[in-house]
Design a protein around this ligand. Structure first.
Ligand code: ATP
Length: 413
């Protein structure tokens, strides 16, 4: 609500006939000063009013823009399937419901549209714009690294698992003849399963590095949360990209998000997840001549997986990645302090004992936190006390509570 500022009182000149000339002059001077004072006050009020008017104008502009936006109807995302330039027509497939529609192609868009483009269409399926690469979900949904710099030496305590991954993924890539001669089909897909933060992603990256393969990662949970309606197309793109870039390693993290046991619920979200999983299965089944592409996936929820993805020809090699045992934890401490200036009193065995039940990711945070304690204290050497404070801090924060001892394997996270 606008408030009108109160105006200053109008100054009055009161002259008396009996006044002497000096008194008159004095009264006139006072009156003049009062007028100047009022003028200043009014000038200030005017400035304030101007400022307020500017603010309101900016607000009106913003609201008008928002109003304009609200009046425009939303556009839908579709993929161009075919372009018939002679007829000025185009076939587009709407994401989400996969409906295919024949629509007119406006003269303005004729030179810009090609088959395969992602486009924004209006209610009558007329193409309004071609989406640029930045808005392309394919780029956002996949993490591509030409050759990650992770090595097996960066992974602590998983010697047996590293050996298994090398046999199942590295050997078939580097030594395919050996499998052909022995008449054995290498595993189609390798599933790494176990509690979170134990090095599953590291294993996949290290194997990509050691085979000079491109690492292409897609997170199942993101497909379901962020790229609604595009899951199956992205899975198709994932395999196409892997073939383009071979040798390559496909890594599907949190695969349980798209390959859980079927539920009875019939929401459209579930149908979409089902479609994404079916696409994954069909890609794997149709990927007989896989060439130099290997497929790895990871999950913390092995118990929830739909068994269909574990059939032969799909994820037919399971490798369990457990929480680190005593030696593993000790090694992970050593790895993560390699670049640190650590004082002689630091006893890795003791640290490993104090972190029973913790995973590799927690140990990595403990070492970073210990370093922070030293920096806060303006020391360049990290001491045993810093590590112990860091362990304590992690425990207090609650996140560091071990989810079970290393002997227990607990998948209900
Ligand atoms: P999630 O299931 O949560 O995706 P993950 O098993 O894939 O976890 P990673 O992403 O590989 O775990 O590990 C997370 C981080 O924890 C790594 O970047 C590393 O710093 C540390 N870490 C985990 N396990 C190990 C390990 N065995 N050796 C060394 N560092 C480890």
């Amino acid at each position: 609500m606008s408030r009108s500022p109160s105006l200053p009182d109008r100054p009055r000149l009161e002259l008396d006939a009996d006044m002497s000339d000096e008194e008159r002059l004095e009264a006139l001077r006072e009156h003049y000063e009062a007028i100047v004072d009022v003028h200043d006050q009014l000038a200030e009020q005017l400035d304030e009013a101007d400022r307020r008017r500017e603010q309101l104008k900016a607000k009106v502009d913003r609201l008008e823009r928002e109003n304009e936006k609200l009046k425009q109807s939303s556009l839908y995302i579709a993929t161009v399937e075919e372009v018939d330039e002679d007829q000025g027509e185009v076939v587009v497939k709407q994401h989400g419901n996969n409906q295919e529609v024949l629509s007119d192609l406006s003269a303005r868009m004729q030179d810009q549209v090609e088959a395969g483009d992602r486009v924004a269409v209006n209610d009558s399926f007329a193409i309004q714009s071609v989406l640029s690469n930045e808005t392309d979900a394919r780029a956002q949904a996949m993490e591509v690294e030409a050759s990650p710099d992770m090595t097996y030496d960066d992974i602590g305590g998983l010697e047996g698992e590293i050996r298994e991954v090398r046999e199942a993924v590295e050997e078939p890539l580097t030594n395919p003849e050996q499998f052909a001669e022995a008449g054995i089909d290498p595993p189609s897909g390798v599933l790494l399963h176990g509690p979170p933060g134990t090095g599953k992603t590291m294993l996949a990256k290290a194997v990509a590095n050691h085979t000079d393969a491109t690492f292409i990662k897609m997170a199942g949970s993101e497909l379901v949360r962020k790229f609604i309606g595009e899951g199956s197309r992205l899975v198709r793109d994932l395999f196409a990209l892997a073939e383009e870039r071979e040798p390559s390693i496909i890594f599907i993290d949190e695969i349980d998000a798209i390959a859980s046991k079927r539920t009875d619920s019939k929401t459209s979200g579930d149908a979409e997840v089902q479609r994404t999983m079916m696409q994954l299965l069909s890609e794997m089944d149709g990927f007989e001549e896989r060439g130099e592409v290997r497929i790895l996936a990871a999950t913390n929820r092995f118990d929830m997986l739909d068994r269909a993805i574990l059939r032969p020809g799909r994820f037919d090699r399971l490798i369990e990645v457990p929480k680190p045992d005593f030696d593993g934890r000790k090694r992970i401490f050593e790895i993560h302090t390699r670049e640190m200036n650590v004082s002689d009193d630091v006893d890795y065995g003791d640290l490993a004992r104090q972190t029973d039940g913790h995973n590799g990711s927690e140990i990595a945070s403990i070492t970073t936190e210990a370093g922070m304690f030293a920096i806060r204290d303006e020391r360049s050497t990290v001491t045993m006390a810093d590590f112990e404070d860091a362990i304590e801090k992690l425990r207090e924060e609650g996140e560091g509570q071990p989810t079970g001892t290393s002997e227990q394997l607990d998948y209900a996270y």
